[in-house]
Design a protein around this ligand. Structure first.
Ligand SMILES: NC(=O)c1ccc[n+]([C@@H]2O[C@H](COP(=O)([O-])OP(=O)(O)OC[C@H]3O[C@@H](n4cnc5c(N)ncnc54)[C@H](O)[C@@H]3O)[C@@H](O)[C@H]2O)c1
Length: 314
């Protein structure tokens, strides 16, 4: 039987869908959602919720003891674009929340952790195409630096204290239920909203900037598959590369035009272009495939069809 799970940062783009999926799988009372703010109505109505600051060790410990939590999914973080504006706040949130969870496990108060990393751990000197699992990593963003440090700490806590911490490097995630929270790949969600609302979108990246992306359903199944995998199958304790599709703003616009022929895309690159330029274009995820059977289901065209269908019904 699944022991109780706590999700920190449950009201964000990933946390919302992860919470719902875990509740469907394990029952609503087994999954405690928490965040510093309330989430969508459907999330708040779906099961127990605690207002909880992921940087406050004692507050998390109280909730862990109260619900006899066994597993923590740490989804609270400041994302790439926002972190460039508030570097120290990003560092404090991204690192302190991770230490809190790792130390709870070290103190044997919880026994398993999921913590997401990102393609932002790579930098301008990383091979851009088919970026390997292990390669040059010199991140040039505040967010990337925090994620790379986080990966090192996860591996250290596994080696030193035997902590069962698991992680994937999510690419840019595309979803329709919750808006993204200040990342560089947010354009690939906003574009569908604007295509339906106005038939036009001003893209903040150049038309030929190719980035790795993934539909949310695939990201959630990857997360659950990794967490359910037998311990001896997990060979990577920093974070697994995770790939699915790669496309440019021009390609997503073409895919939308298949459904909305009059859709118009304009380009006004801003500070996020430099962040995108430092990231890979495509990802070699053969370790995830080999170790725990990772297999994505959605490509660009099926993502576009799902996004337009679901947003069109709202
Ligand atoms: N969305 C993506 O494309 C993407 C890609 C790669 C990695 N990730 C990683 O996945 C994780 C979740 O990302 P997301 O897209 O859902 O982010 P998000 O910004 O949508 O959600 C983050 C949530 O954390 C909450 N939060 C902020 N500070 C908090 C605090 N002190 N205590 C508790 N909660 C707090 C916010 O209120 C928000 O609901 C992050 O670690 C992020 O770096 C996301």
């Amino acid at each position: 039987m699944q022991k109780p799970i706590l999700i920190l940062g449950a009201c964000g783009q990933i946390g919302t869908e992860l919470t719902m999926e875990l509740r469907t799988k394990y029952g609503k009372d087994t999954v405690i959602a928490s965040d510093i703010r309330e989430g969508s109505e459907s999330l708040m109505d779906s099961g127990p919720f605690e207002l909880l600051d992921a940087t406050n060790y004692e507050a998390i410990e109280d909730v862990v003891m109260h619900y006899e939590i066994d597993e923590v999914y740490l989804m609270a973080a400041m994302l790439s674009a926002t972190a460039e504006k508030f570097p120290m706040r990003a560092w404090n949130l991204n690192m302190n929340s991770l230490f809190n969870v790792l130390n709870l496990a070290k103190d044997r108060k919880i026994s398993k952790i999921f913590w997401p990393s990102s393609i932002a751990v790579f930098g301008p000197n990383t091979p851009k195409e088919n970026t390997p699992q292990s390669t040059v990593m010199e991140p040039s963003t505040v967010y990337g630096i925090s994620k790379q440090s986080g990966e090192r700490w996860c591996e250290y806590y596994f080696n030193k204290f035997g902590i069962d911490v698991r992680s994937v490097r999510y690419p840019g995630l595309i979803s329709w239920k919750t808006m993204p929270g200040g990342g560089t790949t947010d354009y690939a969600v906003e574009i569908y909203h604007k295509a339906l609302e106005m038939g036009q979108y001003n893209c903040f990246l150049q038309e030929d900037t190719k980035l790795p992306m993934m539909y949310m359903d695939d990201a959630i199944s990857a997360t659950l598959n990794l967490m359910e995998a037998d311990t001896e199958k997990i060979s990577v304790r920093s974070s697994y590369n995770l790939g699915s599709m790669s496309f440019t703003p021009n390609e997503i616009a073409q895919s939308i035009k298949e459904h909305i022929p009059e859709f118009q895309m304009d380009y006004q690159p801003d500070f996020r272009q430099a962040i995108a330029d430092s990231w890979p274009s495509s990802i070699d995820d053969s370790f995830a495939k080999r170790d725990w059977g990772w297999q994505p289901k959605f490509d660009l065209d099926s993502t576009t069809a799902e996004m337009l269908r679901n947003l069109g019904q709202e």
